[in-house]
Design a protein around this ligand. Sequence first.
Ligand code: MGD
Ligand code: MGD
Ligand code: SF4
Ligand code: MO
Length: 732
Amino acid sequence: MRTRLEALLRRTDGPLTRELLREPGGHGLGQLPAGRAPDRVVTSVCGFCSTGCSLDVHLRDGEAVGLTPTVGYAVNDGMACPKGWESLTPLRADTRATTPLLRDAGGRQRPVGWSEAVDAFVGGLRGVQQRHGPASVAFLSTGQIPTEEMALLGAVAKFGMGMVHGDGNTRQCMATAVQAYKESFGSDAPPYTYADLEASDVVVLVGANPAIAHPILWERLHRNPHAPAVIVVDPRRTETAAAATQHLAVRPKADLELLYGLGHLLIGLGAVDEDFVRDSTHGYAAYADHVAGYPPERVAAATGIPVADLERCARTIAAGRAVSFWWTMGVNQSHQGTRTAQAVIDLALLTGNIGRPGTGANSITGQCNAMGSRLFSNTTSLLGGRDFTRAADRAEVAEVLGLDAACIPDRPSLPYHRIVEGIANGQIRGLWIVATNTAHSWIGQDDVRDLLGRLDFLVVQDLYTTTDTAQLADLVLPAAGWGEKEGTFINSERRIGRVRKVARAPGLALADFAIFRLLAEAWGVGGHFRRWSSPEAVFGLLQELSRGRPCDFSGIDGYADLEAQGGIQWPQPVPGALVEKERRLFADGVFHHPDGRARFVVDEPRPPAELVRPRRPLVLLTGRGSSAEWHTGTRTSTSPALRNLVPADPYVEVAPADAAARAIVSHDWVELVSERGTMRARALVTPTIATGSVFVSMHHVDTNRLTMPSFDPHSHQPAYKHAAVEVRRVHD
Ligand SMILES: Nc1nc2c(c(=O)[nH]1)N[C@H]1C(S)=C(S)[C@@H](COP(=O)(O)OP(=O)(O)OC[C@H]3O[C@@H](n4cnc5c(=O)[nH]c(N)nc54)[C@H](O)[C@@H]3O)O[C@H]1N2
Ligand SMILES: Nc1nc2c(c(=O)[nH]1)N[C@H]1C(S)=C(S)[C@@H](COP(=O)(O)OP(=O)(O)OC[C@H]3O[C@@H](n4cnc5c(=O)[nH]c(N)nc54)[C@H](O)[C@@H]3O)O[C@H]1N2
Ligand code: SF4
Ligand SMILES: [Mo]
């Protein structure tokens, strides 16, 4: 076996071979003698959220011994949140996957070597393809591995292994923003730079809780010297809302009416930037017509926000010299998220708040490399934001990659929920999940767990063997994590930054990059990917793929340039140019549609899929619980320091009136019930949640047992933030 693996590896290139042939049990991070002074510092972008803070990792003999936030980096200038500070701890966890695991005939996951694992991968998934066709195997990718790795995954799966369908956890997160920008601006192009938070005199945050979810952006807003008005639109009085100058406690999912109502008032106040609207947009007349139907009284009734507050908000926006509009999951994760995001964009267009310092219609991303995934995961769009259905796009990609264009599927993937449905109807029989924890994070979890269990073959590639998804796998492939491999991430403001290898992965765990190349070789298609020899070589290919596109970063002079300049925002088409550290798009008022104009987009509001009713009278809201928790907790829960910052038990926020009606007091154990499942939690009775709704964080594994699988029709993003539930005290 070992000989066959070695023969296989000899055909691959140097760094991969060296890493793969390393003997197991090499000294890992946790085995370093404590207390040794560092001898070198390496700078790397944080691997949690999309803010993209830079961290100085202190090394001793080439291995990390500690870290501090980088002073002088444009994003975070010496700051980091608790997760950033604790970045190294998850690598040392004893739950790390150190060897492949293969399920045996008795149903037990049993450690195997790479050779057997690779054979099982090829045998398992190719076997499914032989029985049911190439499209019967799909993959699920992520926004949490370097761009070079996710591009290689998408390329190997689709151009090498013949898979047609592959989506990622960015569907759960950013699909709505992508769709909204494409229709409104002509391309997926978040226009801002973080400096805009410091330059605005009015900041409008819609469905975003940066005090918890993007703490360093929140810090930057506090550095704004213009004493900005901060308007927060959120049904909950979050930490962010509590610190705002105006909190519009919108009724859940009534944002569309609210935003149209603000458009109506702004037009009435004469706040339209007529020159900008005339020269740079299309569709204003239809917009004005549409919002004429949203007078304040109607909007107040729909949103629960008093007319006086609506008028005050509109006056503040109208008076602003530099107004920036920001949105996150309160918008994206809705049954009408795309239209809501576009209604935010409409307000920026209407008032000409775009392209100038302190302005913009700005979607804040979530995962460290969601922006890399938007461009290069090769899922919904072909590499570089291209279209699978266009022969010219396929030919361009084939040319850059030295491939036969016939390898490239001529249709886009099924979105995530259709892949899940495909499992239910037998169309999808094999699945390869990389760096996402579907069994916890997918909406309507019980169904998906059942479906994952029904697959002919499930491969999960993760840092840990203990995740809810890894436990269901037929084959677990042990991956190296952030800090154990090289590459780049792209942050929310389009900044490409380096991630560095500062520790060795434990046991037999390998960089995802190495795993993808190994599997391509074993599949017999390694020859297609000779140009993908190292992360830096892939970066070069991606630069070529970006040439002439809105994201063009072909002018960057390799990894060294990124390091020397402290990250570089796309676009950067001009070689050798020293660029401004913080740049925004659309300063010239020219958008990416062929006519150069941005579009106003409007639609009729629709009700959510599941309405409250006497049996289920409360709206369930879900989201981030604390700045110390990351999603499904696989990484953050390994840190005692981070665990200490969060309550030990799951909790549900209940409004005082709802609690009183059910004789619930804080700290009681309660049961939350939806049509799909139940969850136990402790009650936190608090006025920060409005009567008629409850809030549970997404970090608890049971939360998605309650959520209602429903999707935005344009982006196919799950509507995680609306389900009908009841809460009752548990009598023990
Ligand atoms: N600590 C921490 N930080 C994170 C993450 C993490 O897991 N932990 N995850 C990262 C990722 S991937 C993402 S996508 C971001 C998410 O960042 P955010 O979107 O800021 O976080 P959420 O808590 O999901 O949702 C934001 C707010 O939307 C509100 N909301 C719910 N329904 C509605 C509605 O109908 N209208 C409006 N206007 N608001 C509504 C919720 O009350 C919530 O306060 O955070 C990133 N940062
Ligand atoms: N109810 C509810 N559900 C939600 C949300 C919500 O607001 N409410 N938010 C949604 C959003 S916005 C998001 S982004 C998703 C996130 O959902 P997930 O993507 O499922 O959450 P994570 O815990 O980040 O999962 C990442 C997995 O990748 C592994 N991993 C980390 N780094 C690497 C690596 O380098 N290589 C490999 N191979 N594996 C790695 C981790 O151990 C972990 O198991 O959740 C969604 N689910
Ligand atoms: S704000 Fe985000 S990028 Fe910055 S340290 Fe925290 S998790 Fe990392
Ligand atoms: Mo996300």
